[in-house]
Design a protein around this ligand. Structure first.
Ligand code: HAM
Length: 427
């Protein structure tokens, strides 16, 4: 019995690979427009690279084993720790801010669900060495420009933005203790995906003070309203400072031409442990899919992983959800899988001549197929047609000896008798 791929792993048949390549082409093109350069790292890393700082959720999903040298290793579940290590190792020698992107294949032993597999390709775009809010705006503009480039609009996709510093200052000013913050973050992070009562129970379990819990309720009720939050917490200078930073971020996003894609949303916290500031996620506006993309600022990670104190921010955008959305909206281009030319000969004995002409077309950078064994002309033409080529170059013995071929355009069946050299020169 033939065995399929492992659950959550994909076989990429040519049409599926063409779709993946299309996305990667767009990713590379937009990253380039913003001045990012591509890097890569190893798919297998020391286990401790992730146990240090990624957070419980992702560590619980690791593909991990002991290698033959007794090392504890893991397939990379995300790129950020590798990036942090690579940059920290050469930080002094590099011009800042560093603008890097990568398209790694990542592995997570996830619960099977729509939009989540056990391997995926993820565009990572990161800026390292810049703490200004302008960098946060620049980064999110890259993600949104990719949405535009694949034909999506601000009606289809929303960018939800928040800031962990703002959330922290609000919670502290609401009376939440420092040691209660992590559990409150985790509860708020899941608000979109869990019933309200579950969130409430989690917050009750996490926060001792009843007043603080009531403030959190009010805070969550106003999670999308920056003005209301500013009013309610007007007595806290820390909160007001964070709100001013958020307003500056929103103003920069507007200046970059992506303002109409943005929703402020305090319930965006993100699951990964290392984020320290601005956080964001892109979602399909129907709410049907998991996040298209997620990222934020992680100003402490380079110090933790590589002993170099550099602010950093970035995002990851997977291929799975985005492909599903584009397919659902009929926005995926039809893959071109056929060659342009088919070289055929009238005479079954002319295979070597066919090869010579194919070679000359290929030297002109054209894609070419022909029958890989002697065949009758009608068979060859049938193959050419089912291969979907644009044109057939037909060799007829007396013509060919006089340097001439017939070029048949498949779309309308028209034929042209032309000199082979002149035809090749015209390409
Ligand atoms: P993340 O939110 O874990 O962030 O993943 C980012 C994106 O990768 C998700 O929004 C989703 O599109 C895709 N993704 C994640 N897991 C899966 C999966 N199991 N199947 C399909 N797609 C998936 C990070 O990984 C951060 N390291 C991103 C980052 C880069 N932050 C800063 N720089």
């Amino acid at each position: 019995m033939s065995q399929g791929a492992l659950p959550g792993f994909r076989d990429f048949y040519p049409d599926q690979l063409a779709t993946r390549n299309y996305l990667m082409l767009v990713w590379r093109d937009i990253a380039r427009r913003y001045g990012f350069v591509e890097y890569d790292g190893p798919p297998l890393e020391p286990l401790e690279l992730y146990t240090k700082k990624s957070g419980e959720e992702i560590v619980g999903q690791l593909y991990t084993f002991t290698d033959k040298g007794g090392r504890q290793v893991a397939l990379r579940p995300e790129m950020t720790p590798t990036l942090a290590r690579m940059v920290a190792a050469k930080a002094n020698a590099m011009r800042k801010p560093i603008r890097w992107f990568s398209i790694p294949q990542l592995f997570r032993y996830e619960r099977q669900q729509k939009g989540r597999l056990r391997e995926h390709f993820q565009l990572n775009v990161d800026i390292i060495g810049e703490s200004s809010v302008a960098a946060d705006a620049e980064l999110l503009a890259v993600a949104i420009d990719i949405m535009r480039a694949v034909g999506l609009t601000s009606k289809h996709v929303r960018a939800r933005v928040s800031d962990r510093r703002l959330l922290t200052s609000l919670l502290v000013s609401a009376g939440v203790e420092e040691n209660e913050l992590a559990r409150v973050f985790a509860a708020i992070d899941k608000t979109g995906r869990e019933p309200r009562e579950v969130t409430r129970d989690k917050i009750t379990a996490a926060v001792a003070s009843e007043d603080a819990r009531k403030s959190i309720e009010r805070l969550l009720a106003n999670a999308k309203d920056l003005d209301a939050l500013a009013k309610e917490f007007a007595s806290s200078p820390q909160v007001l400072e964070e709100i001013a930073r958020m307003r500056e971020y929103l103003a920069f996003l507007a200046a970059l031409g992506v303002g109409d894609w943005i929703d402020f949303d305090l319930s965006i916290v993100r699951g990964l442990a290392y984020y320290t500031g601005n956080v964001f996620e892109l979602f399909d506006a129907t709410g049907e899919f998991r996040a298209i993309c997620g990222g934020g600022r992680y100003d402490d990670l380079l110090a933790t992983i590589g002993g170099v104190d550099l602010p950093a921010l970035g995002f990851g955008m997977g291929d799975v959800v985005l492909t599903e959305i584009l397919r659902g909206r009929n926005l995926l281009p039809t893959p071109v899988l056929s060659a342009e030319y088919w070289v055929a000969a009238e005479d079954e004995s002319m295979l070597s001549e066919v090869m010579r002409v194919a070679g000359r077309l290929r030297a002109k950078s054209r894609s070419v197929e022909y029958a890989l064994k002697p065949q009758t002309l009608s068979r060859q033409l049938k193959s050419a047609s089912s291969a979907g080529v644009t044109s057939v170059v037909l060799l007829r013995r007396p013509d060919y000896q006089n340097g001439k071929v017939t070029v048949k355009t498949m779309a309308d069946g028209s034929e042209q008798n032309v000199g082979l050299d002149a035809f090749l020169d015209s390409l």
